[in-house]
Design a protein around this ligand. Structure first.
Ligand SMILES: [Zn+2]
Length: 281
């Protein structure tokens, strides 16, 4: 049976005028210059996200969610420590999340503006008797796999370079040590997601420094070439030690005492190509 259009005439008319009014309201709401976004398109552009920064939250899941959603700090993603872990997106990738703070890498400063931030729920460390961080909490294998998957996806979509997938401790070594020495950087490196030195290059360089460790000035130069913001005064002061420790935490996590040594020098040479030649006696 066909519906009787005449019988619901007034209702149809009402719907028609409602539609017209709605359309008019939408047009009025979108007031602005008319832009043709299709006729001409530029070939030169890239993602605003140039860096990917990894963190741990240092607090439990419930507190992490509360702080990252309610306070003046945030991240694009939060990887939980549940079994199995989950990923929450807290901030859209085209918006700035407030995770990096005062930060610098390779001449770029204040990295909130051009980075994506991932927070991982992990309690971090407890302070030892000497006040230094100790007993870092391990990341679960499931958490690691999920982080690797997330990093791989973000890096691919935004074409982020391996030397720009970094820890908070890289970009703010004076204030931060997350994601800590137990973060599996090597696992990310095996996936081609993070810059890593070639073992042969490290061995070769280590032989070069077996008899004499390069001076502090050289370390500061090499650390700066690698990307760190570090003063170039040749003194092994506390800020320099923190930068050395941040580097060691990532590339030589077995010992991150901030002391410049032959192995650290060899890793820096393998990564930067910068060699120190001892002067002939
Ligand atoms: Zn952090």
């Amino acid at each position: 049976m066909q519906p009787d259009s005449k019988r619901c005439g007034p209702l149809k008319l009402l719907a028609h005028w409602c539609g017209v009014l709605l359309a008019a309201a939408l047009v009025a709401g979108c007031a602005g210059p008319r832009i043709d976004a299709h006729t001409h398109r530029a070939v030169s552009h890239d993602s605003r996200a140039q860096f990917l920064i990894l963190h741990y939250t240092a607090v439990d899941l419930a507190t992490s969610i509360r702080i990252l959603t309610q306070q003046r700090v945030s991240s694009h993603y939060l990887v939980t420590d549940e079994q199995p872990p989950r990923i929450y997106r807290l901030v859209d990738e085209d918006r700035r999340a407030w995770h990096a703070g005062i930060s610098a890498w390779d001449g770029h400063a204040m990295l909130n503006g051009n980075s994506i931030g991932i927070e991982i729920v992990n309690l971090g460390y407890r302070s030892g008797t000497d006040g230094r961080p100790t007993d870092f909490q391990p990341y679960s294998p499931e958490q690691v796999e999920l982080v690797v998957e997330l990093v791989r996806d973000i890096v691919k979509r935004h074409q982020i370079r391996p030397d720009r997938v970094l820890g908070h401790s890289d970009i703010a070594p004076q204030r931060k040590i997350d994601p800590g020495p137990l973060f599996p950087w090597k696992r990310l490196a095996d996936e081609g997601l993070v810059t890593w030195p070639k073992p042969d290059d490290v061995r070769q360089a280590q032989a070069l420094y077996a008899t004499a460790v390069p001076p502090v000035q050289w370390f500061q130069q090499a650390l700066a070439k690698h990307g760190f913001l570090v003063a170039q005064h040749g003194e092994l002061d506390e800020p320099t030690r923190r930068v050395v420790a941040a580097f060691q935490m990532k590339y030589r996590p077995a010992r991150y005492d901030g002391q410049p040594d032959a192995e650290t020098a060899a890793l820096l040479t393998a990564l930067t190509g910068l060699r120190h030649q001892a002067k002939a006696p």
